[in-house]
Design a protein around this ligand. Structure first.
Ligand code: HEC
Length: 700
């Protein structure tokens, strides 16, 4: 929508008496297609990206670039015993809904911060093995009085928004498969849609399923990669896709999971899916001999009523690097060569910023937004990347930018129709790829749920000066950065932008910052006493505009070792909180522990066996310890740093925690399959890491 249209709509909204800040208290508003298409009414933030466009843009401007220096805390709510907190809240009619921990849902009064209800889906009872992924839920959906949650174990649950009581619940996956849910469901046309993750941990074939939002009845399912041809294809798209695969890919799952981005386009009545990496990553194993491997790393457009395929655009044909296209898909109406164009803007992991025609799926432009070496450019005549020699580690190891963390990951970007700019959190970090010593013909997944992607994993602490991060304001029409500010560490929070000429972003160093959207000038910052990595929201209640954000580290930003851990936030010590801000707010947080550097523990009596330590290092990676406790066992606040754990000094205590699972209710999963020898190897690995870290600190 252009600015004029928005002003016209806003005038309409104001005259019918609700919506604008500074007017009479809003009547409760039905959250339906009309509400989620309405860019002009900023009272609620009722969907992950606020509206269908996923712009993460609010038309509110009571808080603006001129007065944001007066922004202060309205209230703060501590979230004890919550180990995942990088989640985006919703705000509907003065109530904030959010999903901390392992797929919990809480409702809080937005004015007072008082908790109204809490719902725990008790994931551990349903599928304890699915507690192993180191990330929580990224968000929720709302539709006509119900809150929708995708739970870690794969259920889609509709809750009564007033009471928090379940209305219906369906299992969207197989209880014993590798699929799990961390993404936000989306609702449109009375249908709720959900995908899943799991393409890094086993033979997983991706799909999305749409259900009736009222009843939970299944309406349609679309698979993102083809299955076994001998069993017949589910639809024509599968048949087309199967021609781009080789070997017996279905035995390995194929991947292409839709774990994050799904965008409904009311203009065309389509749903766009952002698909993920291959399972396993290494194409030589997955589809020996190559092929494009549709629909991995692509945007796929479906008819939103039937789930039928309409078009696709693949960012990485024959993906082999974990270059997901699961990063957010944002709708925008822009002028290109003096013509209005309805476009998708998309910045996937591979480091190119794509502008795609929504009507046809045709590429309009693609440029590098961060350091990119795997490809020279995107060929505009074919829409395909021009890869460099050995990008596919076909002739041995390769170091390329970006790596598996991506130039942009799941932290949402935002688009401001007033400035015409996209606010994009970016990372610059290479990836080291090789499959030396792996027999690609006989490779198999591990038996239990565990990390194995068909290349040699790097489980090392990340060197301090290997990369960096930035907040960039990107012009999607000119395809260039308009302003850019360096940000701390390697990965920071998602962004929102407002009609008050503001951009909000949280950082790993504990700062929550407001910038001028047009210039990038830093206007305001708040010390949150913990990392701020979740996307914020803004909304209004009565006459006041509020901004809310959740603090604490988890997920991808917490695994990256010292560059992220250097800020000293510690699990169990630094409180995670829901913070809410208002102009002239005078609220206080509970007392906060100062950040502190980890001091590894040593046991001088312990003799490290290098062979066992190496084995332990492999187990630490494969068993997913790394996803919560960090690369090289350097934790950045998601879970305790095991180099400093007294528990890890005692074999019986270690066994109780890791194999018997006595801390499962606190987010430490149970690994019943580990043998005594495995546990012993892990202990040797942790002792060797503690000693290496102590020696490195001394040498400084
Ligand atoms: C899904 C996230 C997750 C994974 C995966 C995970 N842990 Fe943990 N771990 C935690 C959390 C959270 C705690 C802290 C629980 C608490 O607050 O008591 C913890 C605590 C521990 C502790 C106790 C530390 C202390 O000093 O209290 C040990 C030891 C440990 N984990 C080892 C492991 C090992 C070994 C693995 C892999 C086999 C592993 N963890 C995998 C999340 C995880």
């Amino acid at each position: 929508m252009n600015t004029l249209m928005r002003i016209a709509l806003l005038a309409g909204v104001l005259s019918c008496g609700f919506g604008g800040v500074g007017l009479a208290a809003p009547k409760p508003m039905a959250i339906d297609n009309a509400a989620l298409s309405n860019e002009a009414n900023g009272v609620n933030w009722a969907a992950y990206g606020r509206t269908f466009s996923e712009q993460h843009f609010s038309p509110l401007k009571q808080i603006n670039a001129d007065n944001v220096s007066r922004l202060g805390l309205a209230w703060s709510l501590d979230l004890p015993d919550v180990n995942f907190s990088t989640t985006a809240p919703l705000a509907v009619d003065g109530v904030i809904y959010f999903s901390p921990g392992i797929s919990e849902v809480r409702a809080v009064d937005a004015k007072s911060g008082k908790q109204l209800w809490r719902y725990d889906p008790e994931v551990a009872k349903f599928a304890p093995q699915k507690l192993r992924a180191g990330w929580g839920s990224r968000g929720l959906a709302f539709w006509e009085g119900k809150v929708y949650l995708g739970s870690r174990d794969g259920r889609l649950i509709a809750l009564n928004a007033k009471t928090g009581k379940p209305v219906w619940s369906v299992m969207t996956v197989e209880p014993d498969d590798h699929r799990y849910i961390t993404g936000a469901p989306r609702v449109f046309n009375g249908k709720v849609i959900i995908g899943h993750g799991g393409a890094d941990v086993g033979a997983t074939r991706g799909y999305v399923t749409a259900y009736d939002a009222k009843t939970g009845k299944q309406l349609w399912r679309f698979f993102t990669v083809p299955g076994d041809p001998a069993k017949g294809f589910e639809d024509k798209a599968q048949e087309m896709a199967a021609k781009t695969w080789k070997g017996e890919w279905w035995k390995l799952g194929g991947g292409g999971t839709v774990w994050n981005a799904m965008t409904y386009d009311p203009q065309f009545n389509r749903i766009y899916l952002g698909t993920g990496n291959g399972a396993p990553w290494n194409q030589k194993i997955r589809s020996p001999g190559g092929g494009d491997n549709l629909f991995l790393c692509a945007i796929v457009a479906l008819n939103a009523d039937t789930g039928e395929y309409v078009w696709h655009y693949q960012t990485n044909p024959g993906e082999t690097w974990d270059y997901n296209s699961a990063m957010d898909i944002v709708l925008a109406d822009v002028m290109i060569d003096s013509k209005p164009r309805q476009v998708i803007v998309h910045a996937p992991k591979n480091g190119f910023f794509y502008v795609i025609d929504r009507a046809t799926g045709k590429l309009i432009s693609a440029e590098k937004f961060t350091k990119v070496t795997w490809a020279e450019r995107i060929d505009m005549s074919t829409g395909r990347p021009v890869e460099i020699p050995n990008a596919r580690y076909e002739a041995g190891e390769t170091l390329i930018w970006p790596g598996m963390i991506g130039g942009h990951n799941m932290q949402p970007m935002s688009y401001n129709p007033d400035t015409g700019l996209v606010y994009l959190p970016t990372t610059e970090l290479p990836g080291y790829y090789n499959d030396k010593g792996i027999n690609t013909a006989t490779w198999k997944y591990p038996k239990e749920l565990g990390w194995d992607v068909g290349i040699n994993d790097v489980n090392e602490d990340t060197p301090m000066n290997i990369g960096g991060s930035a907040l960039q304001a990107w012009d999607p029409v000119k395809q260039k950065s308009v302003w850019s500010v360096p940000t701390p560490g390697l990965m920071n929070g998602g962004t929102i932008t407002t009609a008050g000429n503001l951009v909000f972003q949280g950082q790993i160093d504990g700062k929550f910052i407001a910038y001028a959207a047009d210039t990038g000038k830093r206007l305001w910052s708040f010390d949150a006493s913990n990392a701020v990595l979740a996307p914020p929201i803004t909304f209004s209640v009565g006459k006041k505009q509020y901004v809310s954000v959740i603090t604490g580290n988890s997920g991808a930003p917490s695994v990256l070792g010292t560059p992220q851990a250097q800020y000293g936030w510690q699990a169990r010590i630094n409180a995670r909180r829901l913070l809410t801000f208002v102009l002239d707010g005078k609220g206080q947080m509970s007392a906060s522990a100062a950040p502190a550097q980890i001091v590894p523990l040593d046991d001088p009596q312990f003799i490290v066996d290098a062979v066992l330590a190496d084995k332990g290092k492999a187990i630490f990676m494969e068993k997913y310890c790394v996803s919560c406790h960090g690369f090289g066992a350097v934790a950045a606040g998601s879970a305790p740093d095991l180099r400093a754990s007294a528990l890890a000094l005692s074999a019986p205590a270690f066994e109780q925690v890791v194999r018997a699972g006595i801390l499962q209710s606190k987010g430490m999963p149970r690994f019943a399959e580990l043998s005594d020898a495995d546990l012993n190897s892990l202990i040797h690995y942790l002792r060797s890491r503690a000693r290496e870290s102590l020696a490195a600190a001394k040498a400084k």
